[in-house]
Design a protein around this ligand. Structure first.
Ligand code: UT7
Length: 348
């Protein structure tokens, strides 16, 4: 009898979907009347354009399209899934989460082969994909699941203050979705380690409050008895400089933590996939760690910050254009609201 081989978790499929409508920096000025310039946005963030979904399309729909792409790439059917993990900060409703909407949209509850695959929602904003990937990795390695779908999807455009008042936040964000399938293998490859962190003392530094459940009523009521949400609470609030500073420190820290723990040198890593929040943040991190620019792919110029979706979109694009091939050693790093952050090292 041979000893049981260890189960590894690897990414067996990637996919992404972005809505077709392109909104350039000039469109923010000319279409929405925001007092900004193409030059200001490019100089501070590297963003040239982003995508906005049409009315009626939400994060579960965007996520479902990315998921279909990832399932096809993995060569499995939705009914083969043992778990769905959905990361978003722009869910359709306060509850239930987008995970069950996506599960239903994938057709899992219909017909004689209905399979009521469980759906878990992750609320960790820009680090949501890495929190989801960590969960998937643990489920697969423990033997509790063979295939886990991890989706990051955002419909920011519906909840941006598209006026000059909101320009600091609204010039950054865009809509989109990315997905991966995490599968079991006995091959010596896959996710080598995941590292997460959080600092809740900074919860209000980047947040979209909308309501406060500690208040009675939880949304202030007008004289007519209808809820009234002030613009300050309705839209995301961000102390951009504070986020920028912490992002650099935590991204470098959590990447080093992964490398030290796994005894991997930065030189051993072929590609660094960084959360696409701001090109300047990633350039600082790369400079501090002396990473060659051509090892740090980016697409923020085309999509802006799609929060939980940036990493799976970036991975899917790198697979599609042939940059990311089996055998490559890669690092994923993210930081965002919470504050939360994370990293992972994968032998692709
Ligand atoms: O994934 C989520 C994490 N989020 C981030 O990673 C964002 C991190 N932070 C940043 O990327 C930068 O802080 C921003 C790009 C958001 C802002 O750049 P900044 O250099 O920190 O600008 P600031 O917020 O300190 O504002 C400086 C000035 C202000 O004007 P006054 O008060 O000095 O007159 C802003 O009103 O820039 C103004 N400003 C703009 N001007 C033109 C802010 N946004 C814009 C804009 N166009 N879009």
């Amino acid at each position: 009898m041979t000893a049981a081989q260890p189960i590894n978790a690897y990414i067996s499929g990637t996919g992404f979907y972005v809505p077709p409508r392109i909104v350039t920096n000039d469109d923010l000025v000319n279409g929405y009347g925001i007092e900004t310039t193409n030059e200001w946005i490019i100089q501070r963030t590297g963003i040239e354009a982003r995508r906005y979904a049409e009315r009626g399309v939400g994060s579960a729909e965007l996520g479902a399209r990315a998921a279909e792409d990832a399932l096809a790439d993995a060569g499995i059917a939705a009914t083969d899934l043992d778990l769905i993990v959905f990361a978003t900060l722009s869910p359709e409703y306060a509850f239930p989460g987008s995970g069950v909407l996506l599960q239903h949209r994938l057709g899992l509850n219909e017909g004689p082969n209905a399979r009521h695959v469980p759906a878990l929602d992750v609320r960790n904003q820009c680090s949501g994909f890495l929190y989801g990937l960590t969960t998937a990795n643990a489920m697969v390695r423990s033997g509790a699941a063979r295939h886990v779908l991890v989706v990051g999807a955002e419909t920011h455009s519906a909840a941006l203050d598209l006026t000059t008042r909101g320009r600091t936040v609204s010039s950054l964000f865009g809509d989109g979705a990315g997905a991966v399938v995490v599968s079991a293998t006995t091959e010596d490859r896959g996710i080598r380690g995941c590292y997460l962190g959080a600092d809740g003392s900074q919860a209000e530094t980047l947040c979209q409050r909308v309501w406060d459940i500690r208040e009675r009523p939880f949304i202030p009521l007008g004289e007519d008895g209808w809820g009234r949400v002030s613009p300050e609470h309705m839209y995301a609030h961000m102390d951009g400089r504070m986020v920028f500073k912490h992002a650099i420190a935590k991204m470098t820290g959590v990447l080093k933590q992964a490398c030290d723990d796994l005894h991997v040198g930065l030189d051993d890593i072929d590609l660094f996939f960084f959360h696409q929040a701001n090109l300047r943040i990633n350039q600082y991190v790369a400079e501090l760690l002396k990473l060659p620019a051509d090892k740090v792919p980016h697409n923020i110029e085309r999509y802006g910050n799609t929060t939980a979706a940036t990493l799976p979109i970036l991975l899917a694009e790198a697979v599609d254009d042939g940059r990311l091939r089996p055998g490559a050693k890669i690092a994923l790093v993210a930081f965002g609201s919470g504050f939360t952050w994370g990293s992972a090292i994968i032998d692709w």
